[in-house]
Design a protein around this ligand. Structure first.
Ligand SMILES: Cc1cc2nc3c(=O)[nH]c(=O)nc-3n(C[C@H](O)[C@H](O)[C@H](O)COP(=O)(O)OP(=O)(O)OC[C@H]3O[C@@H](n4cnc5c(N)ncnc54)[C@H](O)[C@@H]3O)c2cc1C
Length: 475
C-alpha cells in the first residue's frame, strides 16, 4: 500500500475527482458497510471513489432497518390506542391509514437520506453513480469508465432469497421489500420464516390488525437466539394472537380467488391474502466479475480472514457479502475496520459474538455473546446462568411489559452472554455489549449504579444476584 499512516500521522493522500485516476480506495456498494469505510478512509486522508448503482444508504436505510422500525413504531401506537383504558386513558383505535403510515415512514427515510448525502459531500468521497463490475483485481468499470484503487472494498450487500419453486410475483407472493410499500393493510398474511425479519413483520402487521400466521421449518422462532428468549417470544405471540407453525417446512403455494393457499409439511393448508417470503438473505455477488478476477467464493459469499482480507491482495470485503451476521452495525464496524487497516492503524479485530442483536418485535428480543447452549459447549459445567424477571423491575411494570434479563457467565469468570426480552429492552443492548466486550465480571457490574426507575436496573439487579448480593429478588 502506498503511504501507510500511523495513529499520530494520517496518510495524506491527494484527492482526485476524475473517475479513472488512481484512488487509494475504491469501494463497490454504498450501503452501511461501504459508506462507513468511505467516511473513515477520507477522515484518515485517503482518497476514495465509491460506486453505487441505486441510493447511498443501501438496504438498511431504504428497504431494511429504518422503514421496518417506522412500521413497528406505528404498530406500537395502534396497540397503545387499543390499550389506553388499562392506563386510565380514554382512547379508541379507529384504524390504520396506510397512506399516512407510509408518508411518515418515507419522511423518516428521506430526512436520513438527505443527511447521508450531505455527509458524502462533507467527506469529499467521489461518488460514481452506476452499476459497477470488477474488470481487474482492483479495477471497477462503471458507465464505460474504469476506476482503479490501490485497494478495493467489496460491499455489494444482499437480496431477499426465496425457495426453489417459490416464485415471487410482488403482489400475492412478496418479499420484505414489497411489504414495505403496500398501500393497504392486508386482511390476512402467511409469513414464511420465523427469523428476525419474519417475526418483525408479524408483530407490526398484527398491531395493524392483520390476521398473520408464521411458518418456520426449524423447531422454534428466532432459532439462533437463546432457547429461553425464543420461548418467551412464542408465549407473547400466542397471547397476542399470532399463531405460528414451527418445525413445519413449506411445501407449496397456490393462487386462489382471494389470494394464496400455502401447504406445509403434513398437508396442512393456510389461506391468506398474501404470502411474505422471509427465508433469509443471499449475497449480491453474481455476475459482478468477482470469480473472473480469481476471488474465492463460498455459496456466493465472499469469505475473508479475521482482518477482512479476501484471497486477492489489497481486496477486502465488508457487510452482508461476508459470511456471518447480516446487521447494519456489523457493516459499519467492518467498514471502519478496513479503512483503518488500509491506513496502517492496525485496528483491533471484531469479535463476531460481541455484535449485539435485536429483534424489534413486541416484546423485543435482544442479545450479545453466547447462548446458554453455546456456553455449555465451550465451558461445560463451569457455566452459571441467572434470570432476572422484569416483574421485579418498576419501569417495566409501569410499561406493563413482561420479560427478563438472563446472564450466562463462567464460574469465577466473566459474563459471556446477555439475553433479554421485553418491550423497549433493545436499548439495553448498549450496556450489555459493553459488559460482554469488556469481559465484565458479575461483581464489576454489580458495583455500578443504574438509575431508578429504569429498565437498565434489571441489568444491575441480575449482576447483583449473580455476584451473590441480590436486592429485589423474591424466593
Ligand atoms: C427488512 C429488513 C430489516 C432489517 N432490519 C435491520 C435492523 O433493524 N438492524 C440491523 O442492524 N440490520 C437490519 N437489516 C439488515 C441490514 O439492512 C443489512 O445488514 C445492511 O444493510 C448490510 O449492509 P451492506 O453495506 O453490506 O449492504 P447493503 O445495505 O445491501 O448495500 C449494498 C449496496 O451496494 C449496491 N450495489 C450492489 N451491487 C452493485 C453494483 N454492481 N454496482 C454498484 N452498486 C451496487 C446496492 O445498491 C446497495 O446500495 C435489515 C434488513 C432487512 C431486509
Amino acid at each position: 500500500m502506498a503511504g501507510a499512516a500511523s495513529a499520530e500521522q494520517p496518510y495524506l493522500g491527494v484527492h482526485v475527482n476524475a473517475p479513472n485516476s488512481g484512488y487509494d480506495v475504491v469501494i463497490l456498494g454504498g450501503g452501511s458497510g461501504g459508506y462507513a469505510a468511505a467516511f473513515r478512509a477520507t477522515e484518515l486522508g485517503l482518497s476514495v471513489a465509491l460506486v453505487e448503482k441505486d441510493k447511498v444508504g443501501g438496504t438498511c436505510l431504504h428497504r431494511g432497518c429504518i422503514p421496518t422500525k417506522a412500521l413497528l413504531h406505528a404498530g406500537e401506537l395502534a396497540d397503545q390506542a387499543r390499550e389506553g383504558e388499562q392506563f386510565g386513558v380514554q382512547t379508541t383505535f379507529q384504524g390504520i391509514d396506510m397512506k399516512g403510515v407510509n408518508a411518515y415512514k418515507d419522511a423518516v427515510v428521506s430526512r436520513l437520506y438527505r443527511g447521508l448525502q450531505g455527509l458524502f459531500k462533507q467527506h469529499k468521497v467521489t461518488l460514481l453513480e452506476g452499476a459497477g463490475r470488477l474488470v481487474g483485481p482492483t479495477t471497477v468499470e462503471v458507465n464505460g469508465e474504469q476506476v482503479t484503487g490501490r485497494n478495493l472494498i467489496l460491499a455489494t450487500g444482499s437480496y431477499a432469497k426465496t425457495l426453489p419453486g417459490l416464485d415471487i410475483d410482488g403482489e400475492r407472493v412478496i418479499t420484505s421489500e414489497h411489504a414495505l410499500t403496500l398501500d393497504h393493510v392486508p386482511a390476512s398474511a402467511v409469513i414464511l420464516g420465523g427469523g428476525v425479519i419474519g417475526c418483525e413483520f408479524a408483530s407490526a402487521w398484527k398491531s395493524f390488525g392483520v390476521d398473520v400466521t408464521i411458518v418456520e421449518a426449524l423447531p422454534r422462532l428466532l432459532p439462533p437466539e437463546d432457547e429461553q428468549s425464543s420461548k418467551a417470544l412464542e408465549r407473547a405471540f400466542r397471547k397476542r394472537g399470532i399463531p405460528f407453525k414451527t418445525g413445519k417446512p413449506f411445501e407449496k403455494v397456490e393462487q386462489t380467488d382471494g389470494g394464496v393457499r400455502v401447504t406445509i409439511q403434513g398437508g396442512e393448508t393456510i389461506e391468506a391474502e398474501l404470502l411474505l417470503v422471509a427465508v433469509g438473505r443471499g449475497p449480491t455477488t453474481a455476475d459482478l466479475g468477482y470469480e473472473e478476477q480469481g476471488l474465492r467464493m463460498e455459496r456466493g459469499f465472499v469469505p475473508t480472514d479475521e482482518r477482512l482480507r479476501t484471497n486477492l491482495p489489497n481486496v477486502y470485503a465488508v457487510g452482508d457479502v461476508v459470511p456471518g451476521l447480516q446487521l447494519a452495525h456489523r457493516g459499519f464496524q467492518q467498514g471502519i475496520f478496513v479503512a483503518e487497516e488500509i491506513a496502517g492503524l492496525n485496528p483491533a479485530m471484531i469479535d463476531e459474538m460481541g455484535i449485539p442483536r435485536i429483534t424489534y418485535t413486541s416484546p423485543e428480543v435482544a442479545s450479545v455473546g453466547l447462548t446458554e447452549a453455546q456456553a455449555k459447549e465451550k465451558y461445560g459445567d463451569q457455566v452459571k446462568t441467572l434470570t432476572y424477571d422484569l416483574a421485579g423491575n418498576g419501569r417495566s411494570q409501569i410499561l406493563k411489559t413482561a420479560g427478563f434479563v438472563k446472564l450466562v457467565s463462567v464460574a469465577d469468570g466473566p459474563v459471556v452472554g446477555v439475553h433479554m426480552v421485553g418491550d423497549r429492552i433493545g436499548e439495553l443492548s448498549a450496556e450489555a455489549q459493553l459488559i460482554y466486550n469488556w469481559e465484565g465480571f458479575p461483581a464489576d457490574v454489580a458495583q455500578l449504579i443504574h438509575p431508578h426507575p429504569t429498565q437498565s436496573e434489571a441489568i444491575g439487579e441480575a449482576h447483583l444476584a449473580l455476584a451473590g448480593k441480590p436486592l429485589h429478588v423474591h424466593g
